[in-house]
Design a protein around this ligand. Structure first.
Ligand SMILES: [Mg+2]
Length: 418
């Protein structure tokens, strides 16, 4: 059975959380964005206000009555989009298959990312931590085998949580939940179902589809009936292209030196780029992951102007990203325990097409001798290996002293369905 590789990530009380982020005096307090005690409509409420029953869509006067300490703020709408975009960028660091469905929520298909970032729950925690640390906002994530389950799981996880739906126990998870959590059941549909005594998803599942269609209309009824039975074949948009090739190396504890980083990345890039070339592919997005002692890890990724598949270019890009990740640490990190490299955003790349431009005078530019030379070297290496095996020839960082402790265990990771 497939794993819970679809994530639904949803910022918590987004507008209200942004207001609390921008104005520390509002933190920990019940606030409403929009409306006033005299009227208007509340657009969003902080969790402190939700605890009093205040909710988005509620008239201001009613919200004020429910929560006398409620503070109304007008909302700085120009701030919302750029912050949400930064969150989406972080999500995009773990998979190219990110389907944004509103300003503050998205589905992700991470089936092609587990080799690089670990199981879905670990990816979800990584994302939640990064959004919290780098943007300052709380985000909840649901992880499941289908979109419907993932979206429900993120709602159940709120505020600021993670829920993973065990693929073996999906119906068990769904049955006791209120129908209102289903994507597509609004207040009107919920009221109509309640009139017929249907309040939980399990009750909806036990009602014949024909009867549900009478209540909700043919199309919606049939769809909700199927969802209540846990039937949801929808894929995350872009998931078909969610392919990447990656490799990682666990290092034990190693002092961070230029030599170590270059040697390990050369070997990783060799594996990744070699596999790309073997499939006549190249990719534009390079992602690295650096793990420090204590299992804390950071990722950095960069989307290049053109696809890469040469070992040397990939090594250089990965090296820049790794140093950037190390430099960005709040405290100096003298040791690393794991390095990983992956390439995504893959496109067909025949051997005759050379690598695309980086900078006009960059030696990696196609047509420039070094760019062409890189391809020629790689192709020769590939040809030798095809005849004599992978170990027959390799890349060693030239003119670099050998590091004493070479990572003895090179974990070859699953290549994705190219
Ligand atoms: Mg939200």
């Amino acid at each position: 059975m497939a794993g819970p590789t679809i994530l639904h990530a949803d910022l918590d009380a987004f507008y209200a959380s942004v207001e609390q982020l921008l104005d520390p005096r509002l933190r920990g307090r019940p606030i409403a964005v929009g409306g006033s005690a005299r009227g208007g409509v509340v657009l969003a409420a902080s969790y402190e206000a939700k605890a009093f029953g205040v909710a988005g869509g509620m008239p201001g006067w009613r919200a004020a009555r429910l929560c006398p300490a409620l503070r109304f703020v007008p909302g700085r709408f120009r701030e919302y989009q750029p912050l949400a975009d930064r969150v989406m960028d972080i999500l995009g660091d773990v998979t190219p298959a990110v389907e944004r469905i509103s300003i503050d929520e998205a589905f992700l298909d991470v089936s092609g990312s587990t080799h690089l970032f670990g199981p879905p729950a670990q990816i979800a925690e990584l994302l939640r931590r990064r959004v919290r640390e780098e943007v300052g906002l709380p985000i909840s994530v649901g992880a499941a085998r289908t979109k419907h389950l993932a979206k429900i799981a993120s709602q159940v996880a709120k505020p600021d949580g993670l829920v993973v739906v065990d693929p073996e126990r999906e119906q068990e998870f769904l049955d006791p939940l209120p129908v209102g959590l289903m994507w597509g059941i609004g207040p009107v549909a919920r009221a109509r179902l309640a009139e017929r005594g249907i309040t939980t998803i399990g009750e909806l599942a036990r009602t014949p589809s024909g009867a549900v269609e009478q209540v909700l209309g043919h199309a919606v009824g049939a769809r909700m009936s199927a969802l209540a039975h846990n039937e949801d074949p929808r894929r995350v948009a872009g998931a078909g292209r969610a392919r990447s090739v990656g490799a990682q190396s666990a290092l034990g504890r190693q002092p961070v030196t230029r030599e170590l980083v270059r040697e390990v990345l050369t070997q990783l890039a060799d594996r990744v780029a070699g596999r790309l070339r073997a499939k006549d592919r190249a990719g534009r997005t390079v992602t690295v992951r650096v793990r420090f002692p204590g299992m804390r890890s950071v990722t950095r990724s960069s989307t290049l102007p053109g696809p890469v598949a040469t070992t040397l270019t990939l090594t250089e890009v990965a090296e820049q990203l790794v140093w950037q990740a190390i430099r960005d640490q709040p405290q100096p990190e003298p040791e690393v325990t794991l390095l990983a490299v992956s390439v995504s955003g893959l496109v067909p790349q025949s051997a005759l097409q050379l690598e695309l431009p980086l900078e006009a005078d960059d030696p990696r530019r196609p047509g420039s001798a070094p760019g062409a030379a890189r391809w020629a070297v790689d192709r020769s290496v590939d040809a030798v290996r095809a005849r004599f095996g992978t170990r027959a020839v390799g890349y060693l960082p030239a003119a670099m002293p050998r590091v004493r402790t070479v990572p003895d265990e090179f974990r070859e990771l699953a290549e994705h369905d190219l």
